[in-house]
Design a protein around this ligand. Structure first.
Ligand code: ADP
Length: 240
Protein backbone atom coordinates (compact mmCIF):
# COMPACT_ATOMS: atom_id res chain seq x y z
CA UNK A 1 0.00 0.00 0.00
CA UNK A 2 1.50 3.28 -1.11
CA UNK A 3 -1.39 5.61 -0.31
CA UNK A 4 -5.14 6.10 -0.12
CA UNK A 5 -7.45 7.93 -2.41
CA UNK A 6 -10.68 9.47 -1.21
CA UNK A 7 -13.24 10.66 -3.79
CA UNK A 8 -16.00 13.03 -2.73
CA UNK A 9 -18.67 14.09 -5.16
CA UNK A 10 -20.09 17.57 -4.69
CA UNK A 11 -23.81 17.22 -5.41
CA UNK A 12 -24.78 20.75 -4.40
CA UNK A 13 -25.72 21.63 -7.96
CA UNK A 14 -27.92 18.55 -8.41
CA UNK A 15 -29.66 19.32 -5.13
CA UNK A 16 -30.21 22.92 -6.18
CA UNK A 17 -31.68 21.81 -9.49
CA UNK A 18 -33.99 19.41 -7.71
CA UNK A 19 -35.09 22.21 -5.41
CA UNK A 20 -35.72 24.52 -8.38
CA UNK A 21 -37.88 21.90 -10.06
CA UNK A 22 -39.94 21.47 -6.89
CA UNK A 23 -40.28 25.24 -6.55
CA UNK A 24 -41.42 25.43 -10.16
CA UNK A 25 -44.15 22.86 -9.67
CA UNK A 26 -45.47 24.50 -6.53
CA UNK A 27 -45.41 27.93 -8.16
CA UNK A 28 -47.25 26.64 -11.21
CA UNK A 29 -49.95 25.12 -9.08
CA UNK A 30 -50.20 28.20 -6.91
CA UNK A 31 -50.23 30.71 -9.74
CA UNK A 32 -52.72 28.84 -11.87
CA UNK A 33 -55.24 29.12 -9.10
CA UNK A 34 -55.92 32.87 -9.26
CA UNK A 35 -56.85 33.26 -12.91
CA UNK A 36 -58.82 30.05 -12.78
CA UNK A 37 -60.75 31.28 -9.78
CA UNK A 38 -61.48 34.44 -11.76
CA UNK A 39 -62.82 32.47 -14.71
CA UNK A 40 -65.02 30.35 -12.52
CA UNK A 41 -66.22 33.27 -10.38
CA UNK A 42 -67.28 35.41 -13.31
CA UNK A 43 -68.85 32.46 -15.10
CA UNK A 44 -70.97 31.83 -12.01
CA UNK A 45 -72.05 35.45 -11.74
CA UNK A 46 -72.89 35.44 -15.43
CA UNK A 47 -75.01 32.39 -14.96
CA UNK A 48 -77.03 33.85 -12.07
CA UNK A 49 -77.42 37.24 -13.80
CA UNK A 50 -78.39 35.67 -17.09
CA UNK A 51 -81.18 33.85 -15.39
CA UNK A 52 -82.49 36.95 -13.68
CA UNK A 53 -82.09 39.64 -16.32
CA UNK A 54 -81.51 38.42 -19.83
CA UNK A 55 -78.33 38.80 -21.82
CA UNK A 56 -77.29 42.50 -21.65
CA UNK A 57 -74.53 41.88 -19.14
CA UNK A 58 -72.94 39.17 -21.18
CA UNK A 59 -70.38 41.28 -22.95
CA UNK A 60 -68.75 42.75 -19.83
CA UNK A 61 -68.45 39.46 -18.04
CA UNK A 62 -67.30 37.67 -21.14
CA UNK A 63 -64.54 40.23 -21.61
CA UNK A 64 -63.36 39.51 -18.09
CA UNK A 65 -63.51 35.77 -18.65
CA UNK A 66 -61.50 36.13 -21.81
CA UNK A 67 -58.94 38.34 -20.11
CA UNK A 68 -58.40 35.79 -17.35
CA UNK A 69 -58.37 32.89 -19.77
CA UNK A 70 -55.77 34.66 -21.91
CA UNK A 71 -53.63 35.36 -18.87
CA UNK A 72 -53.76 31.71 -17.97
CA UNK A 73 -52.93 30.69 -21.48
CA UNK A 74 -49.96 33.05 -21.57
CA UNK A 75 -48.64 31.73 -18.25
CA UNK A 76 -48.96 28.09 -19.17
CA UNK A 77 -47.30 28.74 -22.53
CA UNK A 78 -44.38 30.52 -20.91
CA UNK A 79 -43.89 27.76 -18.36
CA UNK A 80 -43.98 25.06 -20.98
CA UNK A 81 -41.71 26.83 -23.44
CA UNK A 82 -39.16 27.84 -20.84
CA UNK A 83 -39.05 24.22 -19.68
CA UNK A 84 -38.53 22.96 -23.21
CA UNK A 85 -35.84 25.53 -23.95
CA UNK A 86 -33.99 24.72 -20.75
CA UNK A 87 -33.88 20.98 -21.27
CA UNK A 88 -32.88 21.43 -24.90
CA UNK A 89 -35.97 19.82 -26.40
CA UNK A 90 -37.15 23.03 -28.06
CA UNK A 91 -35.86 23.69 -31.51
CA UNK A 92 -35.59 27.14 -33.04
CA UNK A 93 -37.21 26.81 -36.46
CA UNK A 94 -36.08 29.76 -38.50
CA UNK A 95 -37.70 30.89 -41.69
CA UNK A 96 -37.62 34.01 -43.83
CA UNK A 97 -40.48 36.17 -42.63
CA UNK A 98 -41.85 39.68 -42.46
CA UNK A 99 -41.35 41.66 -39.26
CA UNK A 100 -44.36 43.88 -39.83
CA UNK A 101 -46.66 40.82 -39.87
CA UNK A 102 -45.06 39.60 -36.67
CA UNK A 103 -45.70 42.95 -34.96
CA UNK A 104 -49.31 43.12 -36.18
CA UNK A 105 -49.95 39.59 -35.00
CA UNK A 106 -48.58 40.33 -31.51
CA UNK A 107 -50.51 43.60 -31.26
CA UNK A 108 -53.75 41.77 -32.07
CA UNK A 109 -53.13 39.45 -29.13
CA UNK A 110 -53.09 42.26 -26.57
CA UNK A 111 -55.52 44.65 -28.26
CA UNK A 112 -58.49 43.58 -26.20
CA UNK A 113 -56.86 44.00 -22.80
CA UNK A 114 -55.32 47.31 -23.92
CA UNK A 115 -58.73 48.57 -25.04
CA UNK A 116 -60.23 47.64 -21.69
CA UNK A 117 -57.74 49.97 -19.97
CA UNK A 118 -57.97 52.69 -22.63
CA UNK A 119 -54.31 52.13 -23.55
CA UNK A 120 -53.27 52.96 -27.11
CA UNK A 121 -50.64 50.96 -28.96
CA UNK A 122 -48.86 52.68 -31.83
CA UNK A 123 -46.22 51.37 -34.20
CA UNK A 124 -43.47 53.19 -35.98
CA UNK A 125 -41.49 50.87 -38.23
CA UNK A 126 -38.77 52.01 -40.57
CA UNK A 127 -39.75 51.72 -44.22
CA UNK A 128 -36.54 49.86 -45.02
CA UNK A 129 -37.26 46.78 -42.95
CA UNK A 130 -35.62 43.79 -44.62
CA UNK A 131 -37.08 40.29 -44.39
CA UNK A 132 -35.88 38.51 -41.24
CA UNK A 133 -34.69 34.94 -40.68
CA UNK A 134 -36.29 33.98 -37.36
CA UNK A 135 -38.54 31.51 -35.58
CA UNK A 136 -41.77 33.33 -36.30
CA UNK A 137 -43.94 31.82 -33.54
CA UNK A 138 -41.37 32.59 -30.86
CA UNK A 139 -40.70 36.12 -32.06
CA UNK A 140 -44.45 36.81 -32.05
CA UNK A 141 -44.53 35.59 -28.42
CA UNK A 142 -41.51 37.76 -27.62
CA UNK A 143 -43.37 40.86 -28.83
CA UNK A 144 -46.65 39.72 -27.23
CA UNK A 145 -44.99 39.13 -23.85
CA UNK A 146 -43.43 42.59 -23.72
CA UNK A 147 -46.61 44.23 -24.98
CA UNK A 148 -48.75 42.39 -22.46
CA UNK A 149 -46.40 43.47 -19.64
CA UNK A 150 -46.76 46.99 -20.96
CA UNK A 151 -50.53 46.73 -20.69
CA UNK A 152 -50.32 45.05 -17.28
CA UNK A 153 -47.99 47.59 -15.69
CA UNK A 154 -49.34 50.77 -17.33
CA UNK A 155 -52.25 52.67 -15.76
CA UNK A 156 -55.42 53.46 -17.67
CA UNK A 157 -55.22 55.80 -20.69
CA UNK A 158 -51.51 55.09 -21.08
CA UNK A 159 -49.52 54.62 -24.26
CA UNK A 160 -47.38 51.87 -25.68
CA UNK A 161 -45.12 52.51 -28.66
CA UNK A 162 -43.29 50.05 -30.85
CA UNK A 163 -40.35 51.56 -32.66
CA UNK A 164 -38.18 49.58 -35.06
CA UNK A 165 -35.06 50.97 -36.71
CA UNK A 166 -31.94 49.67 -38.41
CA UNK A 167 -28.62 50.40 -36.76
CA UNK A 168 -25.52 49.31 -38.63
CA UNK A 169 -26.33 45.74 -39.60
CA UNK A 170 -28.86 45.09 -36.89
CA UNK A 171 -32.55 45.60 -36.35
CA UNK A 172 -33.27 47.46 -33.13
CA UNK A 173 -36.71 47.23 -31.56
CA UNK A 174 -37.79 49.50 -28.72
CA UNK A 175 -41.12 48.98 -26.95
CA UNK A 176 -41.95 51.81 -24.59
CA UNK A 177 -44.80 52.33 -22.15
CA UNK A 178 -46.00 55.09 -19.88
CA UNK A 179 -46.27 52.73 -16.91
CA UNK A 180 -44.98 52.74 -13.38
CA UNK A 181 -41.41 52.03 -14.42
CA UNK A 182 -38.79 49.71 -12.99
CA UNK A 183 -36.39 50.67 -10.17
CA UNK A 184 -32.82 50.77 -11.55
CA UNK A 185 -31.56 48.00 -9.24
CA UNK A 186 -33.98 45.56 -10.92
CA UNK A 187 -33.26 46.42 -14.54
CA UNK A 188 -30.93 43.44 -15.00
CA UNK A 189 -32.62 40.90 -12.77
CA UNK A 190 -36.14 41.18 -14.25
CA UNK A 191 -34.89 38.92 -17.06
CA UNK A 192 -34.12 36.09 -14.61
CA UNK A 193 -36.48 33.19 -14.08
CA UNK A 194 -39.22 33.91 -11.51
CA UNK A 195 -38.08 37.52 -11.25
CA UNK A 196 -40.72 39.86 -9.90
CA UNK A 197 -40.19 43.24 -8.38
CA UNK A 198 -42.80 43.08 -5.68
CA UNK A 199 -45.08 40.13 -5.86
CA UNK A 200 -47.48 41.31 -3.18
CA UNK A 201 -47.89 44.83 -4.51
CA UNK A 202 -48.59 43.52 -8.00
CA UNK A 203 -51.83 42.20 -6.53
CA UNK A 204 -54.33 41.26 -9.16
CA UNK A 205 -51.89 40.96 -12.04
CA UNK A 206 -51.55 37.19 -12.05
CA UNK A 207 -48.08 36.17 -13.14
CA UNK A 208 -45.19 33.82 -12.58
CA UNK A 209 -42.19 35.91 -13.53
CA UNK A 210 -41.24 33.81 -16.55
CA UNK A 211 -42.31 36.17 -19.34
CA UNK A 212 -39.11 38.18 -19.64
CA UNK A 213 -36.99 35.10 -18.98
CA UNK A 214 -38.67 33.50 -22.00
CA UNK A 215 -37.96 36.68 -24.01
CA UNK A 216 -34.29 36.56 -23.04
CA UNK A 217 -33.96 32.89 -24.05
CA UNK A 218 -35.60 33.58 -27.41
CA UNK A 219 -33.55 36.69 -28.20
CA UNK A 220 -30.30 34.96 -27.23
CA UNK A 221 -31.21 31.87 -29.25
CA UNK A 222 -31.34 34.25 -32.25
CA UNK A 223 -27.95 35.72 -31.40
CA UNK A 224 -29.42 38.96 -30.08
CA UNK A 225 -29.40 40.98 -26.90
CA UNK A 226 -32.26 42.26 -24.73
CA UNK A 227 -32.26 44.99 -22.10
CA UNK A 228 -34.50 47.56 -20.44
CA UNK A 229 -34.26 51.22 -19.56
CA UNK A 230 -36.67 52.91 -17.24
CA UNK A 231 -37.55 55.92 -15.19
CA UNK A 232 -39.71 55.21 -12.19
CA UNK A 233 -43.15 56.75 -12.44
CA UNK A 234 -42.62 57.62 -16.11
CA UNK A 235 -42.32 54.36 -17.97
CA UNK A 236 -40.02 51.73 -19.37
CA UNK A 237 -38.46 50.85 -22.70
CA UNK A 238 -37.56 47.31 -23.63
CA UNK A 239 -34.93 46.99 -26.38
CA UNK A 240 -33.80 44.00 -28.36
P1 ADP B 1 -44.54 38.60 -14.86
O1 ADP B 1 -45.14 37.30 -15.25
O2 ADP B 1 -44.47 38.83 -13.38
O3 ADP B 1 -45.09 39.77 -15.60
P2 ADP B 1 -42.11 38.99 -16.35
O4 ADP B 1 -40.90 38.13 -16.44
O5 ADP B 1 -42.86 39.26 -17.59
O6 ADP B 1 -43.02 38.37 -15.24
O7 ADP B 1 -41.68 40.37 -15.70
C1 ADP B 1 -40.89 40.34 -14.52
C2 ADP B 1 -41.18 41.55 -13.66
O8 ADP B 1 -40.69 42.72 -14.29
C3 ADP B 1 -42.67 41.80 -13.46
O9 ADP B 1 -43.17 41.06 -12.37
C4 ADP B 1 -42.70 43.30 -13.20
O10 ADP B 1 -42.42 43.57 -11.85
C5 ADP B 1 -41.54 43.83 -14.02
N1 ADP B 1 -41.97 44.39 -15.32
C6 ADP B 1 -41.99 43.76 -16.51
N2 ADP B 1 -42.42 44.56 -17.50
C7 ADP B 1 -42.70 45.75 -16.92
C8 ADP B 1 -43.17 47.02 -17.41
N3 ADP B 1 -43.45 47.24 -18.70
N4 ADP B 1 -43.31 48.03 -16.51
C9 ADP B 1 -43.01 47.84 -15.21
N5 ADP B 1 -42.56 46.68 -14.68
C10 ADP B 1 -42.40 45.65 -15.51
Amino acid sequence: VIGHMLVLHDITQEKQLEQMRDDLVSMIVHDLKNPLAGVIGFAEIMHVKAKKRGIEDFEGFLTKILYQANTLHEMVNNILEVHKMEDGSMEIQKDVTNLEDIVNNAVRQVEMSAKQKGITISTNLTTELPPVFVDRTKIVRLFANILSNGVKYTPEQGQIRIHITIQDDEILTGISDTGKGIPSQYLDTIFDRFAQIDRKKQGKAASVGLGLYFCKLVVEAHGGKIWAESEEGKGSIFYF
